[in-house]
Design a protein around this ligand. Sequence first.
Ligand code: TRP
Ligand code: ZN
Length: 470
Amino acid sequence: MRRAGTAVAAVTALALAGCSADDETPRPAPSVAPSFAPGAEGVGDPYFPLYGNGGYDVGGYDLKLTYAPASGQLDGTATITATATQDLSTFNLDLAHLVAREVTVDGLAATTKAAGNELVVTPSAGIVKGRAFTVVVDYGGKPQALGNETLGVGGWLRTKDGAFALGQPESASTWFPVNDHPSDKATFALSMTVPDGLEVLGNGLPGERASSAGKTTWRWVESTPLASYLAFVVIGQYRVSTSTHDGKPMIIAIPESLPADGDAARSLARTGEVADFLATQFGPYPFDSYGGVVLDDGRVGYALETQSRPVYGNTFFVGRPNATVVAHELAHQWYGDSVALARWQDIWLNEGFATYAEWLWQEHEGDRTVQQSFDRVYSGFNWSVPTGDPGPSRIFGDAVYQRGAMTVHALRRTIGDPAFFALLKSWPAEHRDGNVRTEDFIEAAERAGGKDLGDFFEAWLFGKQKPPLP
Ligand code: TRP
Ligand code: ZN
């Protein structure tokens, strides 16, 4: 009795559109008959066309997972609330290497098909455009990282004492079913059950913790919508310090393998101070918690601006404290996280500003001035890669980070300090929790500067030759 013929499915869909299926009240037929079609298998990002999916918009994820470090097995459920953005017959979720055992849509069993890293979900009835629906995915398996030749490994990695999930531009699909593209921001709640004695770190506010039968369930809730690559989990043996900064919880975790008062711990201890400095430049801190997590793992030669709580590879802190990397990742909380990308091509809006924040922080610390930082990079720079269109394999290259920061500074010299620093604050305020494109920034900069900046941005973002010094 599982199969529903096409005609029956269509009738059910109409019923679901206006009222619950068992409501007998006749309703007028919709003026335009729904034409159900599959959601696209990607959101159509020009650089990564298959990332994410079309046809719906996620409002929130709530994961209830159990991880067994000894076997590497992850099991649980993902509850996803979403809204259809077209009349949907089927839709995709991104899910890599894990198996969906049972999927329901609004409590009714859905059929599924795994196709590579896509989970194709066919609800028992079509979903009308504009309608909210809830998907529950019961799933599990042994998560694996996503290998990317040019961009590095993303996603779930096992460690001696646990595991972590981290990565950009994609990582989320290695541990939960997701619309894996930054254009679909959603709230993110995580319950993670692990053996007693291990810590679990995640995004946002800590919730209730409960233990039974040798296991502890940790809860983390990020209630400001996040881009999926900004969700993370770290499981292992950590010293966790909880304090309050600016009236909000600040949670910092240092691996037990590192000294409690070593360079990593001392660098992250400056998180509140750095965030306060950045707030003087960018405006109010955009989230309801603070913090940071250090990973002592040779595979992690990077840091990532995971929302509200960046994760830092210990390599940044070997032999010296380093607050500059903290300034970089915290700058992303405004530029990248709160104001997120609509497409990966525009990543200079994240990295150019985070690198510029390093320059601002270093000047604030009495180290080299912003102008000196600019001059060092400008002379001898290779201008062949355009910052505004670096190509998918160069989204983490110098054209994005260094030339991006130089573009920011050149803009400052072009529109003057008052307009520039006003823009540094108005941009995060106007686009808080939103998604942006380079065109939006150019428009905002022209408004702030009160002049046409077409030629300026053409040269600094898209030219292949050294732009003249402003
Ligand atoms: N966005 C990170 C930063 O600038 C760097 C980064 C690039 C990264 N690719 C990554 C981090 C992959 C983790 C995984 O801070
Ligand atoms: Zn960065």
